[in-house]
Design a protein around this ligand. Structure first.
Ligand SMILES: O=C([O-])CC(=O)C(=O)O
Ligand SMILES: [Mg+2]
Length: 218
């Protein structure tokens, strides 16, 4: 599994975002493209299978499954539930809870990603402490850097439920690819098809490029 993931990651990084997006559009009709996001390390592309943390607008009386208030479950509790059997190389996806312009976590909370050897974090909200996040080994993509704590606006509510990010549905187990150009969400069952199609697109594009350079194509 780990070797398979390494191979998929190498293939995804080799073709890049636009070709994966084209390949997804040829394979599925639904919206799967993420817009360009911010990162403390924009040169680090992110690829891997997804676990999710769903944020919701903060509400002090919302009960969790066990009856205790959701607001009393810390970031660490929901994170632990999200990653409990996630292999190294997993991507943590954080939904916005409707507030993409507030902080959802920072360097301290996300240092857990380092400990769990995650490939990185895709947050549909802002994050604090870009300098701390840049010093860690994983890739981080989000809606920009925040300085203010966001806990009065949003709270982590559930782990490994289907979430919405930038108008795209992300199911735990999907694969995401994000680089400085944007991102794409690929269903696990379509990953091999999409990678192969993207490789065909890159080869075809290289062929057109050569023909244009040699004057064989207008
Ligand atoms: O305080 C927060 O909510 C986020 C933060 O700065 C951290 O995790 O380091
Ligand atoms: Mg902090």
């Amino acid at each position: 599994m780990a070797e398979e993931l390494d191979t998929w990651r190498e293939r995804a990084l080799a073709v890049g975002c636009a070709s994966l997006v084209d390949a997804m559009m040829r394979t599925h009709g639904h919206r799967a493209t993420l817009p360009a996001l911010a990162s403390p390390t924009p040169e680090r592309a992110l690829f891997g299978p997804v676990v999710t943390m769903q944020f919701l607008p903060t509400r002090d009386d919302l009960p969790a499954k066990d009856g205790a208030p959701v607001k009393d479950r810390g970031f660490g509790d929901v994170f632990a539930e999200a990653v409990h059997d996630a292999p190294p190389g997993t991507v943590l996806v954080i939904s916005s809870g409707g507030y993409p312009d507030v902080s959802h976590a920072g360097g301290v909370k996300l240092s857990r990603a380092q400990r769990h050897q995650l490939a990185g974090v895709l947050a549909d909200g802002q994050l604090r402490d870009f300098a701390e996040l840049a010093s860690m080994d994983f890739a981080t993509w989000c809606r920009g850097e925040a300085v203010r704590w966001g806990g009065d606006s949003v709270m982590p509510a559930a782990a490994n439920v289907t979430v919405e990010v930038a108008g795209v549905t992300i199911v735990p187990g999907d694969y995401v690819y994000v680089d400085s150009a944007g991102g794409v969400v690929i269903p696990a069952a379509s990953l091999e098809t999409v990678l192969t199609e993207a490789e065909t697109i890159v080869r075809d594009d290289e062929g057109y490029q050569r023909k244009i350079e040699s004057g064989d194509m207008t």
